[in-house]
Design a protein around this ligand. Structure first.
Ligand SMILES: CC(C)(COP(=O)(O)OP(=O)(O)OC[C@H]1O[C@@H](n2cnc3c(N)ncnc32)[C@H](O)[C@@H]1OP(=O)(O)O)[C@@H](O)C(=O)NCCC(=O)NCCS
Length: 213
């Protein structure tokens, strides 16, 4: 029997997560998930129209759906790490879905993917990688061997996290950025799109450019 799943977030990453769920179901002998619908406190009109065009119901706000959350699993599919962490704190973490991995992503040996993780198509995760809870790996991102991520990290499309990098909780690595091997990206830091990180990044700071400053 497929399990009921609520997607939290009607924005871009929420709808990409629906793609991941559809792809998982498509390659399974029988569907793993039945999407109950999408919960979002303040969806835009454009995102509501995009959901409707795909046949997904907008169920309303989080607080209007407490009974549904108690009866289903959920995934918080909001791109911003800080917003994602705030929303997770309002929900029962015990009902979070296990990692959702697109069948056309590659996940290496001894990888540990915590609950709430979403891995999109084309992502490549090497051996002995640890992803904390609610980490998002966007399409085409590459994560090198032995890298470790705290909770709520977002790796945007096409970014490259080299081997043995440590990425702190709540950090965001922008699209097509590169973090060189063995470095630490501090908690809550932001690496700008297309940056090349050549030194450790202090917690909470924004770095950009090549080399990233
Ligand atoms: C680096 C970043 C966090 C800065 O955001 P911000 O503080 O709002 O910066 P602003 O847009 O106000 O730009 C400030 C300056 O930085 C420059 N800048 C912005 N992003 C940059 C980047 N990635 N690399 C180099 N310079 C950048 C701007 O051109 C601007 O320069 P100026 O002052 O000379 O005009 C953001 O631009 C970024 O790259 N985020 C990641 C986005 C991403 O991955 N998108 C894909 C989503 S799927």
């Amino acid at each position: 029997m497929p399990e009921a799943l609520i997607v939290v977030g009607a924005g871009g990453f929420g709808r990409e997560t629906l793609d991941v769920i559809e792809a998982i179901n498509a390659v399974s002998p029988s569907p793993i998930w039945t999407v109950t619908g999408v919960v979002d406190d303040a969806p835009s009109d454009a995102d509501l129209a995009r959901l409707a065009a795909r046949g997904y119901a907008h169920l309303g706000a989080i607080d209007d759906n407490r009974e549904r959350f108690a009866a289903a699993r959920h995934v918080v599919a909001i791109g911003s790490p800080a917003t994602r962490a705030r929303v997770v704190a309002r929900l029962d973490d015990g009902r979070t879905a296990d990692a959702l991995v697109h069948p056309r992503a590659v996940v290496g040996s001894q990888a540990r993917l915590s609950h709430g993780v979403v891995v999109c198509s084309g992502a490549q995760i090497s051996t002995n990688v640890t992803l904390g809870a609610h980490v998002h790996v966007n399409p085409g991102a590459i994560i090198g061997h032995d890298a470790t991520f705290g909770s709520f990290v977002s790796v945007n499309p096409g970014a490259v996290i080299s081997g043995a990098v440590e990425v702190g909780e709540g950090s965001l690595v922008g699209a097509a950025a590169v973090v060189l091997q063995g470095l630490r990206v501090g908690r809550g830091a932001t690496v700008g799109a297309a940056a090349c990180v050549t030194r450790d990044v202090e917690p909470g700071v924004v770095v950009k450019g090549v080399p990233a400053r």
